[in-house]
Design a protein around this ligand. Structure first.
Ligand code: HAM
Length: 421
């Protein structure tokens, strides 16, 4: 038997129900906010991720699925969605479109060679949004509140937005200097990864999972004390809008994010569900005002986020949302012989094209077994076709809730069913 690759899983049965529910709720809400759908390739040239996510990030240094294709090109399975969207924005010259800013949403599989554990996989699904072309703090707040509302609408109510700012380049240079000075005497007491980060990207030490409870990190200087006037005012405005939009946020100066492209606002949406262990971040994002330009496009301020669908599936299962995400069937049509089955084939098709969810037997089961099958899939109305009655132009309909049975003229059957559901 061939088995699935480590860190992947099949989505079927009740998982499939959650997967579709999450994606469809997300796209419905994104459309309310007037975001447009985009789909970019699942593999891109490796260079794209090296130049965006960052050479020193964990993702690029340890986690990408890289390969050389048959045409000797270096390609990478996308570890995240932002880089591809930005590549597409530049390549398709979306900056020249009349309707600005460009507001996009996406959903699809991403690949990271991580150590699999609860809520962390090597193939996982993200849905996310990116807004390209707006620099106003109200845009940061809209993007964050969209994520917050989507999660809230799914019934997850203990969500907190942990928010921080990385400020502009000047603020970050000042902060980096202060942080390096503070960390220098302590660096040998931090984990080996942090000792490396100290040389390559010291800010990343702040969100180290291994050292997160150490006093060294807890007492580190906060970037909020090193912001210049402009960065500080900008961040205050974002927070003011979030308050107006009723978004529950918490300042957390240790949030620096693991991807290199951020500046100004950065945030994570977290929940305290124990089932997710170390993977309690449901979504994350921030502003990335230099990325488009770094990839060769015109200077374009951007902001976005992505949420982990797999983690949401775990939560919805835990919250027992199963009963709310109904997959009940409207009508079950019963037939046991050829004549009845001919009528059934046509009736089932007509009912389905009347936008009803309809099932019937294709296993040649007896009537009793068909009643049981109808019960198991929670069929609401049972249409019982019987040759004798059909010859008289009559069809029996049973309400599976009230158990009431009625005889209906076959010409009125569709109208009857529609008005009784
Ligand atoms: P990220 O923080 O790397 O950000 O991922 C966002 C979310 O994807 C995480 O919060 C988590 O829910 C989910 N996720 C990440 N890795 C895994 C995994 N191995 N298994 C399951 N779920 C996972 C980004 O990817 C950025 N592109 C977000 C962004 C968009 N920033 C600006 N625009």
């Amino acid at each position: 038997m061939i088995i699935k690759p480590k860190g992947t899983y099949d989505i079927y049965g009740s998982d499939a129900k959650y997967y579709n529910y999450i994606n469809s709720l997300f796209s419905t809400i994104a459309e309310y906010y007037n975001y447009k759908f985009i789909r970019t390739p699942i593999f891109e040239s490796s260079e794209l991720f090296h130049r965006t996510v960052g050479e020193t990030s964990d993702i690029v240094s340890k986690e990408t699925y890289d390969f050389v294709d048959r045409g000797e090109r270096n390609v990478t399975l996308r570890p995240e969605g932002t880089a591809g969207v930005v590549r597409s924005y530049i390549e398709n010259k979306m900056y020249g479109e009349v309707n600005q800013p460009i507001k996009l949403y996406y959903s699809g599989p991403m690949y990271r060679y991580e150590r699999p554990q609860a809520g962390r996989y090597r193939e996982f699904t993200q849905f996310g949004v990116e807004v390209l072309g707006s620099d106003l703090p109200i845009q940061d707040a809209e993007v964050i509140s969209l994520a917050y509302r989507v999660l809230e609408e799914m019934g997850i109510d203990n969500i907190t937005v942990k928010i921080n700012t990385l400020g502009d380049a000047e603020s970050r240079v000042n902060y980096r200097e202060a942080l390096v000075k503070y960390l220098e005497p302590h660096i040998n007491n931090l984990c080996p990864d942090c000792q490396n980060r100290f040389k390559t990207n010291p800010l990343r030490i702040l969100d180290c999972k291994a050292d997160k409870d150490s006093d060294i990190l807890k007492n580190a200087p906060s970037i909020l004390d090193y912001l210049n006037e402009e960065s500080k005012n900008r961040f205050d405005k974002v927070l003011e809008y979030l308050t107006i939009l009723d978004v529950d946020y918490e300042l957390d100066s240790n949030i620096v994010r693991g991807l290199d492209y951020y500046n100004h606002t950065v945030f994570e949406l977290v929940t305290d569900m124990p089932e997710l262990g170390n993977a309690s971040t449901l979504g994350a994002g921030g502003r990335y005002n230099n990325l488009v330009e770094n990839l060769g496009g015109p200077s374009t301020p951007c902001v976005g986020w992505a949420c982990g669908v797999d983690r949401l599936m775990i939560i919805l299962k835990e919250l027992n949302k199963d009963s709310e995400i109904t997959d009940n069937v409207d009508v079950y049509v019963m037939a046991v012989n050829d004549e009845e089955r001919l009528t059934a084939a046509r009736l089932v098709q007509d009912l389905r094209w009347s936008e009803l969810k309809v099932e019937y037997d294709t296993l040649d089961r007896g009537l009793k077994a068909q009643f049981k099958a109808a019960d198991r899939i929670n069929a609401r109305l049972l249409v019982i076709l019987n040759s004798e009655e059909l010859n008289k132009g009559i069809i029996t309909v049973k309400d599976n809730l009230t158990k009431e049975e009625v005889k209906i003229d076959e010409n009125e059957i569709i109208d009857y069913i529609i008005s009784n559901l």
